[in-house]
Unconditional design. Structure first.
Length: 349
C-alpha cells in the first residue's frame, strides 16, 4: 500500500469563488492545493466583460493569504448580447481563458444566461477562430423534461448540433454526470472534453435522501443513478486525456441551503484533491491521478503544466462539520467522514 504520492501541482478547471467578504474564506481552501483555477463568472451581477473579469481577478488576488501562490484564470459569462468585440478583448487581455454558457435559468445565478444557441453564433464563431474555449453547463431547462434527464437531452438537442456547427470550437462539457455524457465526449471530434467533480464520483442520487433530505448534497446537475457514477469513475480513471479535474466547488451558507427552497451547490475545495486520490486508489489507478489532476486540463487550455509539486501522505483525518464562510458557515462535502489522504507539502521551485 502506498503511503506517499508526489504529483505535479494540480489545477482546478471549474471553481466558484464567490465575491465580497466570503470570498477569502473560499479561496484559501483552493490556494492550499491548486496552482490555478478556472473561476466561474456567475456572480450577481455576472462577469460579462473583460473589465469585469480583470476587476474580479484583482479582488481574488487581494483576498489570498500572503505567501500563497494561486492564479485565477478568468471566464466571461455569455449572454444573448455578448458582442464579438468583447470576445476579442477577452483574448487580447491574457487573463480570460474561457467563456461560460449557462442556459438561462439552468442553475445558481443563471438568469442572464443564453436563451437560445442561435443567438450566440457570432461570438462562438470568433471563439473558434481565436481558440478561446466554451465552457458549457450542459442541461436543458425545458420544464417538461425530467430533472434527471436534463443532461442527456442537452447532448442531443444542444451539444451535438453545436459541436457540428462550430467544428473548430474548443468545448468543455462541465461537470458531466451521466453515462451518456461520458459516451458523447469519448466519441466526439477533437476539442471536446469534460470535467468531473469529486461529488459525482463519490455519490449517487440515493445520497440526497439518505435517512431524510440532505440539502448539502444537492447540486446541479443533480446526482444521478449508480450506473452513471460508475461510468464517471471509469472515465476519470481511464487515463484518457478528454477527462480532467474540475471540482465545481460551490459554497453556499448553511442557512441558504437548509431552507424551504435551498440553493444548489456543493463545497468541496477543503478536500477535493484528497477525495479524488481516494477514488483513484480504490480503482487501483493512483498512477493516473497526476495526469487527470495536473496535465490534461493545462494541455487542453494550451497552458504550461505547473512546475511545482505537491505531496500527499496517508494520514486519515476527519472532515469538520463546517468551515467559516463570511458571516456564516459552509457545510463541506464528506462532513464528518474520514479522508485517507492529507496534503503534506507544496514544493515551489
Ligand atoms: C453552482 C453555484 O452554486 O454557483 N451550483 C451547482 O450546483 N453546481 C452553479 C453551477 O455550476 O451549476
Ligand atoms: Zn459550477
Amino acid at each position: 500500500m502506498m503511503s506517499r504520492i508526489t504529483l505535479t501541482r494540480p489545477d482546478d478547471w471549474h471553481l466558484h469563488l464567490r465575491d465580497g467578504a466570503a470570498m477569502a474564506d473560499a479561496v484559501v481552501h483552493s490556494a492550499r492545493v491548486f496552482g490555478r483555477a478556472i473561476v466561474m463568472p456567475n456572480l450577481k451581477p455576472p462577469v460579462v466583460t473583460t473589465d469585469d473579469a480583470r476587476a474580479y481577478r484583482s479582488r481574488i488576488l487581494a483576498a489570498l493569504p500572503s505567501g500563497t501562490t494561486f492564479e485565477p484564470l478568468m471566464t466571461l459569462y455569455l449572454t444573448d448580447r455578448t458582442p464579438v468585440a468583447e470576445i476579442r478583448r477577452a483574448v487580447d487581455s491574457g487573463v480570460v481563458q474561457g467563456v461560460k454558457l449557462y442556459p438561462a435559468g439552468a442553475t445558481t445565478n443563471s438568469d442572464a444566461g443564453v436563451t437560445s444557441i442561435a443567438r450566440v453564433g457570432e461570438p462562438l464563431a470568433v471563439m473558434a477562430e481565436l481558440g478561446l474555449p466554451l465552457l458549457v453547463h450542459g442541461e436543458v431547462t425545458d420544464p417538461d423534461i425530467d430533472l434527471f434527464d436534463r443532461e442527456a437531452v442537452f447532448l442531443e438537442r444542444v451539444l451535438a448540433p453545436l459541436v457540428e456547427a462550430h467544428p473548430r470550437l474548443k468545448i468543455v462539457m462541465e461537470h458531466v454526470t451521466t453515462a451518456e455524457a461520458v459516451a458523447f465526449v469519448e466519441s466526439a471530434r477533437d476539442g471536446v472534453v469534460a470535467t468531473i467533480t469529486p461529488h459525482h464520483l463519490l455519490m449517487n442520487r440515493n445520497a440526497i435522501f439518505e435517512g431524510g433530505i440532505r440539502p448539502h448534497r444537492y447540486c446541479l446537475p443533480v446526482l444521478k443513478r449508480e450506473r452513471h457514477r460508475l461510468a464517471l469513475v471509469a472515465a476519470a480513471t481511464s487515463g484518457k486525456s478528454r477527462f480532467f479535474l474540475g471540482t465545481d466547488s460551490a459554497p453556499h451558507t448553511v442557512e441558504t441551503k437548509e431552507a424551504s427552497c435551498g440553493c444548489a451547490g456543493i463545497f468541496s475545495a477543503h478536500a477535493a484533491l484528497e477525495l479524488y486520490a481516494q477514488i483513484f486508489e480504490a480503482e487501483g489507478a493512483l498512477d493516473r491521478l497526476q495526469a487527470f489532476a495536473s496535465f490534461f486540463g493545462a494541455d487542453f487550455y494550451g497552458l504550461q503544466r505547473n512546475t511545482d509539486s505537491i505531496t500527499l501522505v496517508r494520514n486519515p483525518w476527519r472532515v469538520p462539520s463546517a468551515y467559516r464562510f463570511g458571516e456564516g458557515s459552509v457545510s463541506p462535502l464528506a462532513a464528518g467522514d474520514t479522508v485517507m489522504w492529507q496534503v503534506e507539502e507544496i514544493d515551489t521551485h
